[in-house]
Design a protein around this ligand. Structure first.
Ligand code: ADE
Length: 257
């Protein structure tokens, strides 16, 4: 996967991507990243890339030309035919809300271009010209698109084969089958008087798998019942979910943990 990020803050992108699992994936060549500074494509001696909005109003708007030139620079270096130009993702609270299914789809691309806006927005004309996907990371407003782009690149990268050590861990984790992941425990077996569930010490494969599945269903019913609409549950599991939901007070269903 090759990520190309158009931004006014390239160091922010490079620094954040250089660590931990993603940093290792970049060194190993599973992921590459270039952060291109939109300011380098300004056409004035002050390197300004924003201006006042037509019609008035608060804040400044990023100009079309530097953004377009930055995009052209990336595309020209790629040397690919127009028919296979990469998707261009513009990070905006007005976009489709990012989720794990979208991450899986993006992980299948070879190249992805991100456009990080700042100020009050980006001139609509360049957005219409280059953007293929409008994506939000949630219903709140950030100061720019860099953090959302990083969130997306982190989520997408770990789905690329070879990036995680254990190939399984992207399969059994939260949101696989629209269920949350079961709880995890490690040594010691007794911590401050609390024991690890005995099935985890039993080494009995079938019982373990059943326990994992049941815990995932319980956890999802307790914390994210909205996800269960898409989950494929057995009749017994549906009954279990019903019992949990009926047993919960309103406070529990909306509790943030
Ligand atoms: N830019 C500002 N807020 C954003 C959000 N919630 N998602 C994506 N891009 C943004």
């Amino acid at each position: 996967m090759n990520f190309h990020v158009m931004t006014l803050f390239p160091e922010m992108i490079e620094n954040a991507m250089g660590h931990s699992i993603i940093g290792r994936a970049m060194k190993a060549g599973y992921v590459s990243l270039e952060a291109v500074n939109i300011r380098d494509f300004a056409d004035n001696k002050h390197n300004r890339v924003d201006d006042y909005p037509y019609g008035g109003g608060a804040g400044m708007v990023m100009q079309a030309e530097p953004v377009y030139r930055c995009y052209e620079d990336i595309i020209n270096r790629m040397e690919c035919p127009e028919s296979s130009f990469p998707r261009v993702i513009y990070l905006t609270p007005q976009g489709r809300v990012f989720d794990q299914d979208m991450a899986r789809e993006y992980a299948g691309e070879e190249e992805l271009i991100f456009l990080c806006g700042h100020y009050e927005g980006v001139d609509e004309r360049v957005l219409n010209r280059i953007v293929t996907d409008y994506v939000s990371i949630g219903d709140y407003v950030l100061t720019g698109g860099e953090l959302p782009a990083l969130v997306m690149m982190d989520t997408i990268s770990r789905l690329i084969p070879g990036v995680l050590n254990n190939d399984d861990s992207a399969e059994t984790e939260s949101f696989a089958d629209s269920l949350l992941e079961y709880p995890q425990y490690t040594r010691p077996a007794v911590w401050q008087g609390e024991e690890v569930p005995s099935v985890l010490l039993s080494g009995h494969h079938k019982n373990l798998q059943e326990w994992y599945r049941r815990q995932s269903v319980i956890r999802t019913a307790q914390r994210r019942p909205d996800l269960l609409k898409k989950a494929d549950l057995t009749p017994e599991e549906q009954e279990l979910v019903q019992e949990i939901i009926e047993g919960m007070t309103d406070k529990q269903t909306t509790r943030v943990e």
